[in-house]
Design a protein. Structure first.
Length: 181
């Protein structure tokens, strides 16, 4: 657990130019606290200790302003910058090295408790402030979602999507940059 905490803290220190040192990150960053609480509540959730898992996740929400359901699958090195108002739903999956800004929702649609209702966010994705990603859509590896976008459909890898509803405006495929009109 200590190794995981240090890895997450170093990631924040690397990604946030406002972070001055590792001690500041360990003591002051709500993103790190939310991840630690989530790792604990997720373990309990997987063991069927649903109420205790939810109590811990709700405590984390009060402390950090970041709500991550204990059932959500969160990869390594997630950075939630200015995390207030971030919501990650029960069946959401977040890959490695993802950056999420404040006010983002990875929300569900539909009511079938056995179905996947929330988004899958692949590795190296950036989601801008206030974006809403709704339903069992996939945000492809390396994609970027603009601030306040409302995503209702899949976003391909290495694409940039903006607007309401979100649409792909460019795709970066290696050295080729393609603008979508």
């Amino acid at each position: 657990m200590i190794r995981m905490i240090l890895e997450e803290a170093r990631n924040i220190l690397e990604k946030d130019p406002a972070a001055k040192n590792i001690m500041e990150v360990l003591l002051c960053y709500p993103s790190l606290k939310a991840i630690i609480y989530h790792r604990i509540s997720h373990r309990l959730y997987k063991k069927g200790r649903f109420v205790l898992a939810r109590i811990i996740s709700q405590h984390a929400r009060r402390v950090t302003g970041i709500e991550i359901h204990p059932g959500a699958k969160i990869g390594r090195r997630l950075f939630i910058d200015h995390g207030m108002g971030v919501v990650i739903g029960e069946t959401a999956e977040v890959g490695d090295d993802v950056t999420i800004y404040h006010g983002v929702t990875l929300g569900g649609i539909g009511g079938d408790p056995k179905a996947k209702r929330h988004p899958t966010v692949e590795d190296n994705v950036m989601i801008g402030a206030g974006a809403k990603i709704l339903g069992p859509v996939t945000i492809g590896r390396g994609a970027k979602v603009g601030a306040n976008a409302v995503v209702l459909d899949n976003i391909p890898p290495y694409a940039t999507a903006v607007g309401v509803p979100a649409r792909v405006v460019r795709i970066n495929r290696g050295q080729y940059l393609m603008y979508v009109i």
